[in-house]
Design a protein around this ligand. Structure first.
Ligand code: SF4
Length: 191
């Protein structure tokens, strides 16, 4: 499951009536490259509407009524190297999660690399155990004849690998064929 179903709920909600200061940078993505240093964002029925300050009219300033939030991006034009240099110059600690990749999102973010997911698996074993238990419950509700995975561990290993499900199925089928061939050739040896 690689859909970005969660950002709107976990990260983008809230902050109405406030100024929200975040460390996003233009060089992180094409979408962020188009950001302005200060923007107004308002949740509408059809989604979030974002306007740059210079597109706004005085009448639109409704922050005081709690409908808008002002997004402020103070390091929008910094590069990744600027960030590390800033921390090094001031001897500030770095988030250890960056040792596993240049991107840090939520734990087990679908967009994290396998290395990052492995890091969280080892670093937070209780969280991992809970996740596996939930996955197993989910699997147990499925019709066994239609399941791609036998166990939650197998399911989780596939999810961490980011492999396409059809490629995974094809590999699994091939493994089963090889295994069956091995079994029947062993039987033949014993006759
Ligand atoms: S960082 Fe990843 S898990 Fe967190 S909200 Fe964004 S897409 Fe979802």
């Amino acid at each position: 499951m690689y859909m970005r179903y969660c950002c709107a709920i976990l990260k983008e909600g809230g902050g109405e009536g406030c100024a929200v200061i975040t460390g996003v940078r233009r060089d992180e993505s094409r979408k962020r490259a188009a950001y302005m240093p200060v923007q107004r964002r308002r949740r509408t029925k059809s989604g979030a509407e974002t306007k740059d300050l210079d597109q706004m009219e005085a009448a639109n300033f409704e922050c005081v009524s709690g409908k808008d939030k002002f997004m402020i991006y103070p390091i929008l034009d910094w590069t990744e190297a600027d960030v590390w240099a800033f921390l090094a110059e001031r001897n500030l600690p770095r988030n250890p999660c960056y040792d596993n990749g240049h991107r840090v999102g939520c734990m087990f973010c679908p967009f994290a690399s396998k290395k990052q997911k492995d890091y969280y698996t080892n670093r937070y074993p209780k969280f991992h155990t809970t996740l596996i238990a939930h996955l197993q419950r989910y699997l147990d509700k499925q019709d066994p004849s239609r399941r791609n995975f036998t166990t939650a561990e197998e399911y989780f290993a596939w999810w961490k690998s980011k492999e396409n499900i059809n490629t995974y199925r094809a590999k699994k089928r091939q493994l089963n064929i090889n295994f069956d061939e091995m079994k029947s050739s062993k039987k033949g040896d014993m006759l």
